[in-house]
Design a protein around this ligand. Structure first.
Ligand code: 5AD
Ligand code: FES
Length: 355
């Protein structure tokens, strides 16, 4: 065995047994990873997940309720500057219909995701949360509506929202600033700490393969996650969108995304880790591969089919024409084929003690 492989094995063993590495070890791993070590990490990650959550995969119903957005994230297809998209907003009734459909299909978590859309004032969001909770009291609500003040987050939590997803996108301030003109890296990170303090189950997350992203940047992502200790981490490849300045860049790779999923599972063994739609969009078996590398959540779409293709954050998004019921059975099939079974319960983080 070459000394390099020996060192790499020592590093992956440390990661498996101690769920920790320092930045230098992690960077060495990322810089020198090969097929054998990749396989080794994937197996360790899968074992770690099974030890904690068994072979169950949690399901969430995703409702993309607005594609209006006041932000200008350079990579994102629904950025405010994009004049080529048809904007839509769902009414409370339309959102409730999605929940009704989701409830019939057995979902016990509704993820309300949207652009940063000022039309939905705090009062409107609170009304949406309270109405869903009134009708489906045994279901969890996850919000994913961007950066808000501490007080707004607190209002949402008090109204009954259980979880909040806010990807940090990249933990490199330089990269963050490059892709988010008029936004503040520090404010975004502060939001995540605020959400934790309020008591949400919190999801952070980042993209793989952003133009110019280095392994050093990915080390920063992992170190930030280690410090924040979120309950969920959303990781997906960057995929270019034709109406953005990044249109001619390459997507993040399936390999790198899988490696980062596995590493995050090993750093945070109990984390809720989705096999994302973006992962399924760059590779027909992307989500299956993610599930076999430590992911344990999938989020089929419940949005009405008439608006589906309008929530286009990147090109080539899968499932844009499919009915919710089709996605539900299609995903179940994929989960089974990957060697797992679906779990339709709320799927809280295993250490979650309730509100
Ligand atoms: N490629 C991949 N993921 C993207 N997102 C936004 N735009 C893209 C893109 N072009 C991700 C961001 C955001 C999440 C909802 O979708 O990480 O937080
Ligand atoms: Fe939507 Fe397969 S998950 S059709």
């Amino acid at each position: 065995m070459s000394s390099k492989i020996k060192t790499l094995k020592q590093i992956t063993n440390k990661l498996y047994y101690q769920n920790n590495l320092d930045s230098k070890e992690l960077l060495y791993l990322l810089n020198n990873i090969n097929t054998e070590i990749k396989q080794d990490i994937i197996e360790k990650s899968n074992k770690t997940k099974i030890n904690i959550y068994g072979n169950k995969i949690f399901m969430r119903g995703l409702i993309e309720f607005t594609n209006y957005c006041k932000k200008s994230c350079e990579y994102c297809g629904i950025r405010a500057q994009n004049k080529n998209i048809d904007r839509y907003r769902l009414s409370l009734d339309q959102i409730l219909s999605c929940c009704e459909e989701g409830n019939k299909l057995g979902f016990k978590t509704f993820v309300l995701q949207g652009g940063e859309d000022s039309y939905y004032t705090d009062d409107k969001i609170v009304e949406i949360i309270q109405t869903i909770k009134k009708n489906y009291s045994d279901s969890a609500i996850t919000l994913s509506i961007g950066e808000k003040s501490y007080d707004s987050y607190k209002n949402f939590f008090d109204a009954g929202a259980d979880r909040y997803l806010l990807r940090h996108e990249t933990a490199s301030k330089e990269l963050y600033d490059k892709f988010h003109k008029n936004s503040s890296f520090e404010s975004r990170i502060k939001c995540l700490w605020n959400l934790k303090k309020i008591g949400f189950q919190v999801g952070a997350g980042f993209m793989i393969g952003l133009p110019g992203q280095s392994n050093e940047d990915l080390v920063k992502d992992v170190m930030f996650i280690k410090e924040l200790q979120p309950h969920m981490v959303g990781i997906g490849p960057f995929i270019p969108h034709k109406d953005t300045s990044l249109r001619n860049n390459n997507s993040g790779t399936i390999d790198k995304t899988i490696i980062m999923l596995a590493i995050i599972r090993l750093f945070l063994p109990k984390v809720l880790l989705p096999a994302t739609t973006a992962l399924g969009s760059i590779d027909p078996l992307g989500r299956e591969k993610g599930l076999q590398a430590g992911a344990n959540v999938v989020m089929p779409n419940l949005s009405p089919t008439v608006v589906r293709d309008k929530y286009a954050l990147y090109d080539g998004k899968i499932c844009t024409g499919d009915e919710a019921a089709k996605c539900r059975t299609c995903i179940e099939d994929k989960i089974n084929k990957a060697g797992f079974t679906i779990d339709m319960s709320r799927g809280d983080h295993i250490s979650w003690k309730g509100r």
